[in-house]
Design a protein around this ligand. Sequence first.
Ligand SMILES: Nc1ncnc2c1ncn2[C@@H]1O[C@H](COP(=O)(O)OP(=O)(O)OP(=O)(O)O)[C@@H](O)[C@H]1O
Length: 340
Amino acid sequence: MTPVIDVKHLTKTYTTYKRGSGMGQTVKSFFHREKVVVHAVNDINFSIGQGEICGILGPNGAGKSTAIKMLCGALYPTSGDIRVLDCSPAKDRRRYVGKIGAVFGQKSQLIWDIPPMDSFHMNKAIYGIAARDFSNRLEELTELLDIRHVIEKPTRVLSLGERMKCEFVMAMLHQPEILFLDEPTIGLDVIAKVKIREFVRQMNRKKNMTCILTTHDLEDVEELAHRVIVINHGEKVFDDSLRRLRLFLGDKKRVSFTFVESVRDTVFDNAHTTVVERLSDFQLTLEVDTAQISISDFIEDISRKHRFSDISVKELPMQQVIMNIYENGEKNIDSTSAAL
Ligand SMILES: Nc1ncnc2c1ncn2[C@@H]1O[C@H](COP(=O)(O)OP(=O)(O)OP(=O)(O)O)[C@@H](O)[C@H]1O
């Protein structure tokens, strides 16, 4: 796959100065200021192919927003090189902005006091979108996101979900080849999240649009991303498929049972099974190491000993996988992902 994004030794260091509080400290800071250096992104390398959806994950302060801002061209790197669609984002801004779209959950591109429709017209003029293309795309996007009825109302009266959907239209009208999403579903209810994820999936499928997504919502990643890059303390600590990210903790599944009789005194823990949750004397969830026992053998074994009325089998929650990665530190992960 030809890379559309190629990042080499990307580094961003912020330098700020400490200022104490109070009059004395303020006056003192005129003469002497203590320098604070933050290595927000530290020597990161990756490339992303056309049509890929890549999730960037990491704990608070890991450097995700800094990385995405550099990829969008909003921030200059301290060192390293970024090539996106044959452009240097920060240097070739004019050429570059027509090729990309961006939705930042915490920052609006819409103008607060006018309806989104007027902001859309503003983008039509900025990007020089032909009238027919504009109306066709607007029709398609508003239909997909189900927001025809809201685009004429002033932005300030829209709900968060409605506004975010309008942000997507704003970012997509000029048909970008790459879409950058920074926390696009933050604060949204489940229905709006589902709609937005479906929209991104469709744009990716229909238009082969590449998408880079930072999020704290692991469901966004599970639902959308083909690939995951995990950043911690500014460094890349994992870069592979979601499946491999799961394998990091071993090939495990969670099986929840509702038993017909009480299993309060039954011991389920053994070499391949651990009890992870007991909701009642009848309901519990077991974690099964499927590298040691197949899921069908496991269920057969349980059903021979206990009668149950309900069962569900799920993948290991992503939250747990990610927490494990953050806690283990980079060296551990590097060796594990190499071994997978
Ligand atoms: N303009 C700035 N000046 C100084 N330090 C900054 C600036 N912007 C970010 N930082 C610092 O850089 C580090 C990385 O911040 P960044 O916002 O990229 O993290 P993040 O992974 O997006 O975090 P979050 O998930 O909390 O949004 C943090 O320690 C942050 O305090």
